[in-house]
Design a protein around this ligand. Structure first.
Ligand code: 5RP
Length: 219
């Protein structure tokens, strides 16, 4: 239960950032579920954009209205979870398979905030790195990347945008180098390495204490 409590406290701290009139992006995952509950309790007048059908459904069940991301060209704030976080502010994301939409929300937001429990802190990012692949020629893409495996269909291998979710298992030392390599590989739509430049602040809860680290404070 401690980890669940940490997720909830981190999410509740970040929910304090939400103000009336904001255009707000919502990530995906169990930590974001606590965020949705905290936002629903506050009932702000906001425009909400969800990064996945899972988040959209959960938000609607809580009485929150969700819009499509077709008619807005920017967001004020997005809040999301992460699978791994380093002291330098690098993230590995996409355990829930929503990495492409999550990265679009991050890049479109004035502030992109991460919420996490203490288990997400790592000394360095490690595989697997989630990928979204274009279904066209997917076997050819995989042949060029032998350390990559498509996820089981039961784990949600298909995205709402028609992509295929896979995981890259190759070891790596430098996330920026791997990020550049994955970004320039034909057939990869997006990968789960998020650079520190995308992240405005990280709220991590350890025990009962939420610590906020802003981009400038990262090592
Ligand atoms: C989904 C994600 C999630 O933010 C990440 O997997 C963390 O999830 P959780 O809050 O359930 O631990 O990137 O694509």
């Amino acid at each position: 239960m401690t980890i669940e409590n940490e997720k909830r406290l981190a999410a509740e701290a970040a929910a304090e950032l939400v103000r009336d009139g904001m255009r707000l992006g919502l990530g995906t995952g169990s930590t974001v579920a606590y965020l949705l509950a905290a936002i629903a309790r506050r009932r702000p007048r906001v425009t909400l954009i969800a990064s996945s059908p899972r988040t959209e459904t959960a938000a609607r069940e809580l009485g929150l209205e969700v819009q499509s991301f077709g008619s807005l060209d920017r967001l004020d704030l997005s809040i999301d979870g992460a699978d791994q976080i380093t002291a330098q502010g690098w993230l590995n994301k996409g355990g829930g398979g929503a990495l492409t939409r999550e990265k679009i929300l991050a890049a479109s937001s004035e502030r992109f905030i991460i919420i996490a429990d203490s288990s997400k802190i790592v000394d360095r990012l490690r595989p697997p790195v989630p990928l979204e692949l274009l279904s066209f020629g997917v076997l050819a893409t995989l042949r060029r990347m032998p350390t990559t495996k498509i996820r089981d269909v039961s784990d949600g291998a298909r995205t709402p945008d028609g992509g295929v979710i896979a995981d890259y298992f190759g070891d790596f030392a430098d996330p920026r180098e791997l990020s550049n390599q994955l970004s320039t590989t034909p057939g990869i739509i997006e990968h789960g390495l998020f650079p520190p430049e995308l992240v405005h602040a990280i709220y991590i809860c350890s025990g009962q204490t939420v610590t906020k680290t802003t981009r400038r404070e990262q090592k």
